[in-house]
Design a protein around this ligand. Structure first.
Ligand SMILES: [Zn+2]
Length: 105
C-alpha cells in the first residue's frame, strides 16, 4: 500500500492513451515538491499498489553518491570511491606461473 498524503488525495487526472502506453499530467505542486519540474528524466517504478515516479539521478548504484568519475559495470554506474573500496576487499588469485615469477609487468 502506498502512503498517500492527505492533501493530495482526490487529485484526479484524465489519462491520455498513446499507443500501448498512457500519459498523465502531474500537478505542478507535486512536480515542484519532488523535483520533477527540474528533472530531465524520470524513473517509473512499480510500487506496491501503484506507480512511483521520481527524478532520475544517475548516481552510484552502491552508495548513491555522485558517479561522474566512476565506471559502468553491467549497465550500472559505480563511483570511483566504491570501485577502489571493492578492489581493497577482493582478493584476486594469482596464477601459479605468475607466482613463480612468470609475470612481467
Ligand atoms: Zn559509490
Amino acid at each position: 500500500m502506498i502512503d498517500v498524503e492527505p492533501r493530495i488525495r482526490g487529485t484526479v487526472r484524465k489519462l491520455e492513451r498513446v499507443g500501448l502506453t498512457v500519459r498523465a499530467v502531474i500537478p505542478r505542486d507535486l512536480a515542484r515538491q519532488y523535483g520533477l519540474d527540474k528533472a530531465e528524466f524520470v524513473e517509473v517504478l512499480s510500487a506496491s499498489g501503484g506507480v512511483l515516479l521520481r527524478p532520475f539521478q544517475p548516481g552510484c548504484v552502491l552508495c548513491g553518491g555522485p558517479s561522474e568519475d566512476g565506471v559502468d559495470f553491467r549497465d550500472r554506474r559505480v563511483c570511483r570511491r566504491c570501485v577502489e573500496e571493492l578492489l581493497r576487499h577482493v582478493r584476486i588469485p594469482v596464477a601459479a606461473s605468475e607466482a613463480e615469477g612468470g609475470f612481467r609487468g
